[in-house]
Design a protein. Sequence first.
Length: 409
Amino acid sequence: MRHLILGSGIAGLQAARAIRSAQPEAAITMLGREPDPLYARPMISHLLEGSVQPSQLELGLPPEVRLISQDEAVAVDAADKTVATQQGRKLAYDRLLIATGADPRGIGAQNTDLENIHFMRTKVQVRDMLEALPGSRRALVLGGGLVGFKAAYGFLRQGLEVTMLIRSEYPLSQQVDPITGGLVRAKLQENGLDVLVGRDVARFEEDGSGRVRGAELTDGTVLDCDVAVVGKGVLPVTGFLQGSGVDVDLGVLVDEEMRTSARDVFAAGDVAEHFDLARDERWVNAIWPEAADQGRIAGLNMTGVPARYPGSLSRNTIRIFDLDLTTCGLVNPPADSGYEILREEDPGRGTYRRLVFLGDRLVGAACVNRIEHAGVLRSLIGSRTPVPCPREDLLRESVHPGGLFPFSR
């Protein structure tokens, strides 16, 4: 059996591990466009900080996996069961996994091709950022999401002055409510970041040698910067699937076995679009743990071992200086849509908890500086079962998780 995996991220790695465990003699080929060995992508911000060495991020492949680096798919022929690559290869397969991940979203500003304007998605991009640091004093970070936080923190650790520019009215607007966002913004500013909201970059300015030296904002403000990072989210890599017979919406559409619309073709990771357990609709949740789970499930099904993926759930836990934040599910539901919200805030302690309910189910949670028992909340959201206790109990700090659920002896 010939298994071909497009992509060398965690989804592809977990699929290769599952395939090798189920089929020790199977031929496994992995196609990856990066020059580096497989690595833990969420940790690349630590390279920017200078707290780890590149080798500490590396992940090992299972035995006898052929890795083709610095090449990528340009077309899939599902009828012929072949993949054409950018370097002119034609790879045949019996089972194909699309695990090509996602690329950073671009921006509409002028002059984005100047030197020292970066994305932060790969080790190569972080190396380029590090090379830009000597002689740099001011950094501009576009975007108020997790990538923006990590880039800003890394620049601060390297001694730069940092401005974070956020188009929405508060950080993490896609994941949290205004109160949580306000707490996060205050913490960023308290620790030396200049946080500007409700604005974006209209054009970058050049220093005369092809390097960025500043940015003109949409309100006419001009900011000095020697280096800039764009962190505006990601988009699934699907362009090479045009005409392949693989159905694509935002991501590649998959079922609970991670099968696509094409025979013997599977998809997993940031490129895959599956059912969101909190939103009750198809969604792309481009996060590491979901990619790992999806890759494992896909790999098993590629070998004929039945496995089911129930759905994905957005979630993140992050420490922003000394502020702990965890979010899960749908924290910011549409207004006037039948959702009920419970919240509790203690400004003196800097704690906040927000719970979102739909009918008798918990569908979203945000916890600031009270993240104990957050795993219980995540389990309730993911199980899609009725909350087995008074809803207000989930806000109470004194209640132990064991006291929330009726157990039989």
